[in-house]
Design a protein around this ligand. Structure first.
Ligand code: NAD
Length: 508
């Protein structure tokens, strides 16, 4: 079937049509759940429809996936890496179309849409290298004629539940590592970005088919909380990686913990940038703009709190307010647009409610603070002068709203940075080495991402990504994050004829 609008025709090049089945189960596309519309946030018109998964579809998919796990975990790690390499190649070939789809369905500007798909490609490259480095250890034994080894084996099936704002990159952080580590992947994308879930899965499915591997190695479901809960409860899934709000993440964690499963949580952020009196102001202002306005304030790493030294407070603020007024708001697919729409009409309503709450708590709107009347979900980028003690500052308002506050000393600034429940990303602008090292040290930032002279957002995949406190404590993507997708065994081998016991114990 053709699309309602000609401008959506490029979707055919990535295997989508105007009516889609939303489950990839045992190597077949099918679905028996409700039909939902994928909606363009620019005008709230339907792009295409998707039939979501029913619980029966889920059951069928999980049965096949569990069977496929027995095969996939015996494929050698470098061979698994070769499959991930091919997935990376397939993504490279369709980078532009997939990037455009991310912009169309999620609402972020095209450069960010393409960047998001590039991030999965980067993760594929990283995981290919990793597939030859899943190394264990040899540990000196305290007992004669004994050897201790640490070995790593696959977990089996890894569940990945993702949020709307990074509808495919977060899948990449998890799936690339999980696959080379020998796990099958069960993915449930966000209910409002089903086309991205389907398009990415189609590419992965084609690679598996070309290599004559079971399609169930990668199983995907479009759907909402019901399928998410099924994953959380499922004892066949030893590890659930969840990305989303702190509220839902806590529920998922409780459910997974009750069955002694493991959880990898990437939850809400409430990130701050500190600008010291000696900072390079030009660099800081550019960074703040990108961090606070990029992705329309809908990144987990968006800068929501700006902590300015009193001596440069007015200078930075004047420059920022001026820049904010020049930000081009519009269709994310149009050249020159810096700020796209919020993702849904509900996000827009949340922005309006948030502004009311800010005002009621004494916040002073310096620019923005209103929605833009249109058929889409556009709002004006907003700067608010507010006390760091206000309640609203403790919460993550998922929109381009920046709270500005003043400080006198470095210690005071760090205290403000650390005074919220979340602990994802943070950044300081200074040239002073002693402040940089204090910021990175035990009395510095309490976040998972601790930056210097760069924005809070835009992390590279080479590092482990994630945050502390109410952000959930998970670490994904680079560094040694892969270890979480494997089962560690400590093995002691006795190659002698005696039975010496550890700690020198003599047992008769
Ligand atoms: P959300 O919590 O509403 O939904 C996230 C996912 O959970 C969706 O797939 C949703 O369908 C699913 N879900 C909903 N109810 C569920 C349930 N009861 N059981 C299992 N799954 C369920 O979040 P959102 O609005 O899609 O995303 C925005 C949030 O995600 C923000 O708070 C943002 O900071 C956070 N986020 C964090 C990171 C990170 O790396 N820390 C990255 C991206 C987004």
């Amino acid at each position: 079937m053709g699309f309602a609008k000609k401008e959506y025709d490029f979707l055919k090049e990535i295997g989508l049509s105007s009516e889609n089945l939303g489950c990839f189960v045992d190597g077949t596309w099918k679905a028996h759940g409700p039909v939902v519309s994928s909606v363009n946030p620019v005008n709230n018109q339907t792009i295409a429809t998707v039939m979501e998964a029913s619980i029966d579809d889920y059951e069928e998919g999980m049965r096949a996936c569990s069977e496929a796990a027995k095969i996939w975990m015996t494929v050698t790690a470098p061979k698994r890496g070769e499959i991930v390499r091919q997935i990376g190649e397939a993504l490279r070939e369709k980078l532009c179309q997939l990037g455009r789809l991310v912009s169309l369905e999620m609402g972020k500007i095209l450069a960010e849409g393409i960047g998001e798909v590039q991030e999965i490609i980067d993760m594929c490259d990283f995981a290919v290298g990793l597939s030859r480095q899943i190394n264990g250890l040899i540990i000196p034994s305290e007992r004669p004629n004994h050897m201790m080894l640490e070995t790593w084996n696959p977990l089996g099936v890894v569940g990945v539940i993702t949020a709307f704002n990074f509808p495919c990159a977060v899948l990449g952080w998890n799936a690339c590592n999980a696959l080379v580590c020998g796990n099958c992947v069960v993915w449930k994308g966000a209910p409002t970005t089903p086309l991205i879930t389907i398009a990415i899965t189609k590419l992965v499915a084609a690679v598996l088919e070309k290599n004559k591997l079971p399609g169930a190695i990668f199983t995907a479901f479009c759907g909402g909380a019901e399928i998410g809960q099924a994953i959380a409860k499922d004892t066949r899934i030893p590890l659930v990686s969840f990305t989303g709000s702190t509220k839902v993440g806590l529920m998922v964690q409780k459910t997974v913990n009750e069955r002694f499963g493991k959880c990898l949580l990437e939850l809400s952020g409430n990130n701050a940038i500190i600008v010291m009196d000696d900072a390079d102001i030009k660099l800081a202002v550019r960074s703040i703009l990108f961090a606070a306005v990029g992705t329309a304030g809908q990144r987990c790493t968006t800068c929501r709190r700006l902590i300015l030294h009193e001596s440069i407070y007015q200078t930075v603020l004047d420059q920022l307010v001026e820049l904010y007024k020049q930000v081009k708001v519009g269709d994310p697919l149009e050249k020159g647009t810096l700020l796209g729409p919020l993702h849904t009409p509900t996000s827009r309503q949340n922005f309006e409610k948030g502004i009311e709450k800010i005002k009621s708590q004494g916040g002073k709107i310096l620019t923005g603070g209103t929605v833009i009347e249109s058929e889409g979900n556009f709002v004006r980028p907003t700067i608010v002068e507010i006390s760091p003690k206000s309640n609203v500052v403790q919460e993550e308002l998922f929109a381009p709203v920046l709270y500005v506050m003043k400080f006198k000393t470095f210690e005071e600034a760090v205290e403000i940075n650390n005074s919220v429940p979340q602990g994802l990303s943070s950044s300081i602008f200074t040239q002073k080495p002693e402040l940089i090292f204090k910021w990175l040290g035990p009395l510095g930032s309490d976040c998972g991402i601790v930056n210097v002279n760069i924005p809070t957002n835009g992390a590279e995949i080479g590092g482990a990504f994630g945050g502390e406190k109410a952000t959930g404590g998970g670490r994904e993507a680079g560094s040694d994050s892969w270890k979480q997708y494997m089962r560690r065994s400590t093995c002691t081998i006795n190659y002698g004829n005696e039975l010496p016991l550890a700690q020198g114990i003599n047992f008769g």
